[in-house]
Each structure stands twice: as C-alpha cells, then as structure tokens.
Design a protein around this ligand. Sequence first.
Ligand code: ADP
Ligand code: MG
Length: 407
Amino acid sequence: MIKSIRDLDLDNKAVLLRADLNVPIKNGVITDNTRISKVLPTINYLRSRGAKVIILSHLGRPDGQPDQISLECPLLGRENLSLAPIARELKGILLGPHCVEFVEDCIGQKASEAVASMRSGDILLLENLRFHKGETQNDEAFARELAKLGEIYVNDAFACSHRAHASLVKLPRLLPAAVGFLLLEEIKQIDSILDAEQKPMMAIVGGAKISTKIDLLNKLAGSVDYLFIGGILANCFLKCRGANIGASLCYSDKLDVALNILQIAEDNSCQIILPMDAIVSVNGMGTRYAPRSLADISARDLICDIGPDSIAKINQIMENCTTVLWNGPLGVCDDLSLSVGTAAVAHKIALLTSKGKIKSLVGGGDSMEIINKLKVQEEYTHLSTGGGAFLKYIENRSLVALEGLES
Ligand code: ADP
Ligand code: MG
C-alpha cells in the first residue's frame, strides 16, 4: 500500500508539497487552471491539519535558466516561466484567511527565511524548480537544498511522477514521505478499472509518434481483447498490412516495431482493428477534405482522420465491451471542426459510460483537450491528469517517483 497523507502527523509541520502546477499561460494569463484546482483538496487538507504548506512545482522547460518575475521573455521566444502568476491564481481560488506567499527561488536564503516566518495553515509557493539544472538532472545536492526547507514531503504530482527528477525521486528519500489525494485517486481509479478485468476490454490508441507508444501498445496487445489503432500510428500498421496510405506520414523505420506488436496481439488473442477508411486532405492541399476507402486513396492524399466505416466499426465493438481505455486522438485535432472521428468516439464512450454499459479510462493531453472542448468530461469513469505518466503507469503499474513510498 502506498503511504497516504492521512497516515502523517501534520500539526505545525513544514510540508513540502510537490504539485504539478504546469498550467498553460498566454501573455501572462492562465488559460486553464484545472491543474491548480486538482491539487486543492490536498492543500486544504494539509492546512486543516495545521501544516505549513510549501508548494514545489515546475513550469515549462526553462532548461535550468531562471526568468525574472516581471520581465517578458521575447528574446527567448517563449512565455516567462516564473510561477508568480500561479501564486496570484492560488490566492484567488483558495478560501479562508490564510495567506499565499511567493518566493523568487526554490532554494537558498530567501526561501528559508520565508519558510521560517510561516505559521500553521500558511501557504508558500516557491519559484520554478526547473530554474535550477539540478531538478531535471536528479541531482542529490539540489534535493538536499530543497529538503532543508521542510520536515515532511508529499507528492501530489501524478502527471510528473514518471520523471526521475530531484523533487520527485531524490527528495522523498530525504524526508518522511507520502502521497496526496490526487495521486491516490489516480492510482485507485486506474487500478480498479484494470484490476477488475471486466472483459471484453477494448483499447483505442491514436496520436502521433509511435516511439512514445511502443511500450503501451506491446502491453495492450498482450492484455486486451480489442485494440483499435488510429492517428498517425495507424499508418505504420496499415503499411505493414500492405494497405494504401497515399502521402500520409508514416514512421517507416518503425515497421518492425509494428510487426512485433501485431505478432504479440496474435499470440494473445487480441484482435487488432485498423482504420478501413479515412478522411483525407485531397492531394495534401489542406483545402478540401473527403472520405475515402483505403483502396481509393490517391498517391498525394494525406490521411487526416478515420472515416465513417471505421467509426461505425469502433462503435459496434464498444457496444459489446465492458471496459474502454483510450489514449490519443484518431486524427488531426488542432481544429475541432476537423476532428470528426475523434469527436464521434469521444461522444460514444461518454454515452456508453453514462448509461452504465462500460467503464471508461482516458489519459493524454490532446485526448483530454478534445473531451473538455466537447464538454463530455463528466460522463467518463476516470480522466487521468497524466499523459506520459498515465502511459507509464498502465505499462508497469508503478512510477519511478512512487518507488519507496509504500507504507
Ligand atoms: P495524447 O496527448 O492524447 O497522448 P498524442 O500527443 O500522442 O496524444 O497525439 C496527438 C497529436 O496527434 C495531435 O497533435 C494530433 O493533431 C496528431 N494526429 C493524430 N492523428 C493525426 C493524423 N492522421 N495526421 C496528423 N496528425 C495527427
Ligand atoms: Mg500529446
């Protein structure tokens, strides 16, 4: 069993809470505060138990270079990656009299002075962990600097817990450590859906890069009853089966990987289903889109989405399943009006779940964005906050940051 914050004596303790507050920010404005709201139950619990809550997070990929709080970063061609706007957001959404302070560094004198002045129930947000190279380098000395600031460590950053970074892997070994409610809920939900072995089970995997999904596909091909492969991933598999994909993107160096996955599926009685038709960008111009059976795709067409027959096939199989796991859009998803296949599948999963016919489990940043845009998020059994962490957890049923946190 993993150690929960409920197992800790928190009264008047300085708690280092590793959260994932890596929210999207445009021109200094937070455009989606979901990640902040997800960690509120843990923050509120810690405060209610009299802890001093010191929040650690990263934002973006600053490569160990600090940004000034007040400066934009036009020369770097990216947003300022200070956590200052997140401190303001936290102040706005937390109820109660306690204050939220912010310090412009996550280690060192300023940080330790700010911690020293905290009272029970106070919240302190430290600056972006990744302003120090030691974070992504999983550096022991950097972890020791962080550890000086607290007495207890709590990880509630599920979406980062597949990363061997100092605040996630080294730090929990230096202090009494446990996990927060968001992380506990993720594991409980994913475990309960996968452990129930409610068969038949269908997995739907789409997206762009096959290299990031090989382990997941290997795992699923060996365990589920039906595996639908869509998105750019599918092109590799279609090519292996000698199908026509026109000028569509295909990672040709990964054909052996695809063949191996097909073999694993065959050995484990997993039925692999590939798109049988597509929406193509006619002649790859991006101006005219048309449904095509695979046989009718011309040499210059680009596959952008799955077609109506593929959607019907997925729907028909899902009707007979009890569990559906989904990761990755089945076509281009930058524009919702073009994501017809992905939207159809998202709606169908939502409908079957709300009728109690299936349990549904989804992870992945782009898949989640579509579900949110379609406003069907309430219908699903569990939407993971993780992308890479979700895939890794399904593959291994553990994450590097959780090792050693068992009670
Ligand atoms: P997730 O974040 O849900 O795990 P991925 O990051 O793997 O998903 O893949 C999402 C990306 O794949 C999106 O940018 C989407 O536009 C792209 N994509 C999926 N199918 C296609 C396709 N047929 N052609 C071009 N891009 C595609
Ligand atoms: Mg993605």
